[in-house]
Design a protein around this ligand. Structure first.
Ligand code: TK8
Length: 339
C-alpha cells in the first residue's frame, strides 16, 4: 500500500516536471504531431494551438514537433475526427457539438442556457462530470485532453435586428451539425440549416443562409462582419471546444510523452480561456467599429426564448442519457447554492 502511494507520488512528480525532470531523452522518440483546427491562424484557437506546440517542443527536448494546421486545411471538425480515429492525424481542437455523432453524451453541453457564466462552465467542464463525458470518447478511438472556451454564442444575420422571437421566423440560420442545435432553433421558429463551419463564410457571402450563431471572437476572427449586418447579443448557449488525440497514436506513446501532452494541454487551456475572455471583452466595440449593428435581446425576450427552449430539455436528457443530464444539472445547482 505504502509503496504504491510512493510510486503514484513519483509518477505525478515526473509528470509535472516533464523533460526537465526525471524523464530521460530515451523516453522520447522523434515525432511529428499534426494539430488541426477550423479557425484562421489569427484567432483564439490558433494562438492557443501555437502555445501548446511551444510547450510540447520545449518539454520534449525538441523531440516532438507540433505542426499547427488551421483554416480547416485538414478538413472540417467531423472529417478531422475521422482522421484521428484512423490514425492519419494526431491532434485536433473543435466543438464538442460536432462530436455528438460519436458520443451522444457530448450533447449535454449544447443545452441552451446551461451555464450562466464562465465560472460555472469552467467548474463543471473541469469537474467530475466533465471528465466523465470526455471519457466517453475513448471507446470511439479518441482521447479527450482538455476543454477550451469557444464561448457564449450570439446571433448574427443579414435581415434585421432580432428584438423579438418572432423576428427569427423567416431566417435561414446556419447551425452546427447536431440535433440539439437543429431542434433548438426549430423550436425558436427559425429555418435551421446544419452546415460545417468550414463552409459557413461562403454560405453567408452567397446568401445561401441569412445568419449564423457563434461567439464574438469568431465573428471577428472569421470576418463575419464583412458578410453580416446585424448582431444580437443573446448568449443562448455556452460552447466548449475540446482538444482530442488519436487513440491509435496515443497508445504508441511512452508515459513521458503522454505526460508532456497532458501538461501542455492544461497550460494551453489556462492560456486560451484568458486570451478568449480578454478578446471577448473588447470585441463588441470592434464589431461595431466594423459596421455591424448590435442590439441586446431584452430580459423579457430572453425569458421567452428560455421558456420555448425548455421544451426540448426532456429530449436532450433522453438522448445524452438521464444520468449525465442529472449529474450536470446537479453540478450547476451545487455551484449556485454555494456562492
Ligand atoms: C470550428 C467550429 C466552430 C463552431 C461552429 O471548427 O461550428 O460554429 O463554433 O468553432 O468548431
Amino acid at each position: 500500500m505504502r509503496i504504491s502511494f510512493a510510486l503514484a507520488g513519483l509518477m505525478a512528480a515526473v509528470a509535472s516536471l516533464g523533460f526537465a525532470g526525471l524523464a530521460q531523452a530515451q523516453d522520447f522518440k522523434p515525432r511529428l504531431v499534426r494539430f488541426g483546427y477550423g479557425l484562421v491562424d489569427d484567432s483564439n484557437q490558433g494562438r492557443a494551438v501555437r502555445l501548446f506546440a511551444q510547450e510540447v517542443e520545449k518539454a520534449s527536448g525538441g523531440k516532438m514537433k507540433v505542426r499547427a494546421i488551421g483554416n480547416a486545411a485538414l478538413g472540417s471538425d467531423t472529417q478531422m475526427q475521422q482522421a484521428l480515429i484512423g490514425g492519419a492525424q494526431e491532434i485536433m481542437v473543435g466543438s464538442t457539438a460536432t462530436l455528438v455523432g460519436l458520443s451522444q453524451a457530448m450533447a449535454v453541453w449544447d443545452t441552451p442556457f446551461l451555464f450562466a457564466n464562465t465560472r460555472e462552465a469552467d467548474a463543471v467542464l473541469d469537474g467530475p462530470v466533465g471528465e466523465k463525458v470526455k471519457a466517453t470518447l475513448e471507446a470511439k478511438g479518441l482521447v479527450g485532453l482538455v476543454y477550451w472556451e469557444n464561448g457564449f454564442r450570439n446571433l448574427t444575420n443579414n435581415k434585421r435586428p432580432i428584438t423579438r422571437l418572432e423576428d427569427l421566423s423567416d431566417i435561414k440560420l446556419r447551425v452546427m451539425q447536431n440535433n440539439v442545435f437543429i431542434d433548438s432553433f426549430k423550436a425558436l421558429g427559425a429555418n435551421a440549416v446544419p452546415l460545417p463551419f468550414s463552409e459557413l463564410f461562403t454560405a453567408l457571402e452567397t446568401r445561401a443562409v441569412d445568419g449564423q450563431e457563434n461567439p464574438f471572437n469568431t465573428v471577428i476572427s472569421s470576418k463575419f462582419y464583412e458578410v453580416q449586418k446585424y448582431l444580437t447579443v443573446s448568449n443562448h448557449v455556452y460552447s466548449p471546444w475540446i482538444v482530442t488525440v488519436s487513440k491509435k497514436w496515443w497508445d504508441q506513446l511512452s508515459e513521458a510523452e503522454k505526460a508532456v501532452l497532458k501538461n501542455a494541454a492544461i497550460k494551453s487551456r489556462e492560456f486560451e480561456r484568458k486570451d478568449t475572455r480578454e478578446e471577448a471583452a473588447r470585441a463588441l466595440a470592434e464589431i461595431k467599429a466594423k459596421g455591424m449593428r448590435v442590439n441586446e435581446l431584452s430580459a423579457a425576450e430572453t425569458a421567452r426564448m428560455r421558456d420555448k427552449l425548455a421544451a426540448i430539455n426532456a429530449g436532450i436528457a433522453n438522448s445524452v442519457g438521464q444520468t449525465y443530464w442529472d449529474e450536470v444539472q446537479a453540478a450547476v445547482r451545487q455551484l449556485r447554492s454555494k456562492k
